[in-house]
Design a protein around this ligand. Structure first.
Ligand code: ATP
Ligand code: MG
Ligand code: FE
Length: 352
């Protein structure tokens, strides 16, 4: 079984082919990605119109390359998957429409994949783990703790009440004058910084529900930066290290609380899983490894090229859905917003 996956929800155009190994794991047969970082760098962030146009310019070539590198053509593909959201709508439409056109021409089923579900299922591609597992999803737009019970079956244990962690990294980088995208830059500079120089807050630490809040921490970094301006290189490194350490403390504490909340869902997770762009951060991974060891659990963190946005995760989520018979019609909508967990039904005022 082989599935083609297309990803265009943000600033990476990506296409990949994955297959299925005998042990149930995925086989990444090709994984092509073109980042638009250079196009957006001058603006300090992703410009939606520029992103959509850049996707159009490269999508077909990238698909052809992904097929060629996998040693196949469309005839050798069983289903075609694309991220149908959530994300920047212009880009989502480009990738989804490309997939629909290919599906129509080749007479293959279409799978409209939720980008967050693709991050969530990556650990099954790389490590073949069983359900249920505890997932910390930490990306540019999302920060959530989820019990993953099956494909399409997610229970939200906690989430950020303001900024996503990746967004906080990007904003801190920007206010310190670092290059976009900020997460990797903050991590690089933090290596030569003093994590204890600035006493930054650890928002919601110790709270009994596994939620996050990042905006106060980001503001505290800004106030410290303004207080000691102008900033030397060492000041910037110390601020990065202090910020990153505060984030790790919060992540470990919130995830520990989520592990306790998980007991109400299922007796024991098969693993602690981290996914999304921020999962590439070494300090975050080390903190979670400590927690996993202390809890007698295995930590599964994707290899670095599968943490950020990629086509392989879309192809894999497509494969997981396809083999369950979860295909989509050619009128599947592109969605700017598409929560992984449906919001609970509103409680009617005065209702029983
Ligand atoms: P979403 O998946 O929520 O729709 P997205 O697709 O834009 O958002 P990803 O591509 O999964 O997000 O992740 C990008 C984010 O990860 C950015 O905020 C980036 O700064 C952050 N990031 C990447 N590498 C690192 C790192 N080494 N340390 C911290 N953050 C990082
Ligand atoms: Mg990205
Ligand atoms: Fe993402």
């Amino acid at each position: 079984m082989r599935v083609l996956g297309i990803e265009t929800t943000c600033d990476e155009t990506a296409a990949a082919v994955v297959g299925l190994a005998e042990d149930g794991r995925g086989l990444v047969l090709s994984n092509e990605v073109l980042s638009q970082i250079a196009e957006h760098a001058a603006y300090g962030g992703v410009v939606p119109e520029i992103a959509a146009r850049a996707h159009v310019e490269v999508a077909d070539r990238l698909v052809a390359r992904a097929l060629a590198k996998a040693g196949t053509d469309l005839d050798g593909i069983d289903a075609i998957a694309a991220a149908a959201g959530p994300g920047l709508i212009g880009g989502v439409i480009v990738g989804l429409t490309t997939a629909k056109a290919l599906a129509l021409v080749a007479g293959k089923p279409l799978v409209a994949v939720n980008h967050l579900e693709a991050h969530a299922l990556t650990a099954r591609l790389t490590d073949g783990i069983a359900f249920p597992y505890l997932l910390l999803l930490v990306s540019g737009g999302h920060t959530q703790l989820l019990a993953v019970r099956g494909v399409g079956d997610y229970v939200r244990l906690g989430a950020t009440i303001d900024d996503a962690i990746g967004e906080a990294f990007d904003k801190v980088a920007k206010l310190l004058g670092l290059a976009y995208p900020g997460g990797p830059e903050v991590e690089r500079l933090a290596r030569s910084g003093d994590p204890e120089r600035f006493a930054l807050p650890r928002p919601l630490l110790g709270r009994q529900t596994p939620d996050f809040s990042l905006s106060g921490l980001k503001t505290a970094v800004r106030l410290e930066a303004e207080r000691i301006a102008p900033l030397s290189e060492q000041d910037v490194a110390d601020l990065c290290a202090s910020f990153q350490t505060a984030v790790v403390d919060v992540v470990v504490d919130r995830t520990r609380v989520a592990l306790r909340a998980f007991q109400a869902i299922a007796p024991r997770p098969s693993a602690l899983v981290v996914a999304g762009g921020v999962a590439a951060n070494g300090a975050v991974r080390r903190g979670l490894q400590r927690l996993a060891t202390e809890s007698g659990l295995r930590l599964v963190a994707p290899p670095l090229d599968l943490c950020g946005d990629n086509g392989a995760m879309i192809a894999w989520a497509g494969l997981e859905r396809f083999r369950l018979g979860l295909m989509d019609d050619l009128d599947a909508p592109a969605r700017a917003r598409w929560p992984l967990v449906a919001a609970p039904a509103p409680v009617e005022a005065g209702g029983a």
